[in-house]
Design a binder for this molecule. Structure first.
Ligand code: Y39
Ligand code: FE
Ligand code: FE
Ligand code: FE
Length: 230
């Protein structure tokens, strides 16, 4: 049991908490595994950036190990089958894009959408995490900002040539993120992570990223609300 600043009490060892954690922890472990694979694929697609991308992929596999330790620390077995199904739509879209050599779509899915989702989730989790998981997650979230930055820098440098593909990839993939958030909202609530806070943080990260790449405020409003009612 832990007393938080706002007086919220969370029993990290209750069956209710551990049941929700078995899915959220699995999502994070599976997400880190897929991020590892996605950066290896991106390294093949962008040979000029190979060393950076391989470095990012190694960070993702360290993240996975850290979150596996968080589950073990709470005596929770992650529900990896659930997590694979949770990521399948985004993962399939990434694989199709990679097979077609659509590197802009791959970067939008992994380095913008998934990284912003991770940053939002980790930022909201840190204040309500157990002490062990908090330390791990604080280290991880710093890395995720650098992954998002990689995508921003590349897409900014190639903005005019990427714009149309970014619009289409956003249209196809952002609604999937809102569905994923809805699927995880009840479990997140058990961990004291509010859906509204997750949506707000995601919107801020994603909007900032689009702005850094070169989109106008008007474009950002249109792009970032796409499929929000899904
Ligand atoms: O780049 C990364 O490391 C991202 C793969 C990790 C994804 C994390 C996804 C977090 C969603 C958790 C939802 C909890 C409410
Ligand atoms: Fe990561
Ligand atoms: Fe990452
Ligand atoms: Fe609540």
């Amino acid at each position: 049991m832990q007393q938080l600043a706002d007086g919220l009490e969370i029993d990290f060892h209750s069956e209710t908490y551990k049941d929700a954690y078995s899915r959220i922890n699995a999502i994070v472990i599976e997400g880190e595994q897929e991020a590892y694979e996605n950066y290896i694929k991106l390294a093949e697609l962008l040979p000029d950036n190979r060393d950076d991308l391989i470095r990012l992929s190694k960070m993702e596999s360290r993240h996975k190990k850290g979150f596996e330790a968080c589950g073990r620390n709470l005596n929770v077995t992650p529900d990896l089958q659930f997590a694979k199904e949770f990521f399948a739509p985004l993962h399939d879209n990434f694989k199709v894009a990679a097979a077609q050599g659509n590197v802009v779509t791959c970067l939008l899915i992994q380095s913008l959408i998934i990284e912003c989702f991770a940053i939002a989730a980790y930022n909201i989790y840190i204040p309500v995490a157990d002490a062990f998981a908090r330390k791990i997650t604080e280290g991880v979230v710093k890395d995720e900002y650098s992954h998002l930055n990689f995508g921003e820098v590349w897409l900014k440098a190639n903005f005019e040539a990427s714009k149309a593909e970014l619009e289409e990839a956003n249209r196809q993939n952002l609604p999937i993120v809102w569905k994923m958030l809805n699927q995880v909202a009840a479990d997140a609530e058990v961990l004291a992570m509010e859906k509204e806070a997750l949506v707000e943080d995601f919107m801020i990260q994603y909007g900032e990223a689009l702005s850094n790449i070169g989109f106008t405020t008007r474009d950002i409003m249109r792009l970032s609300a796409y499929g929000l009612s899904a």
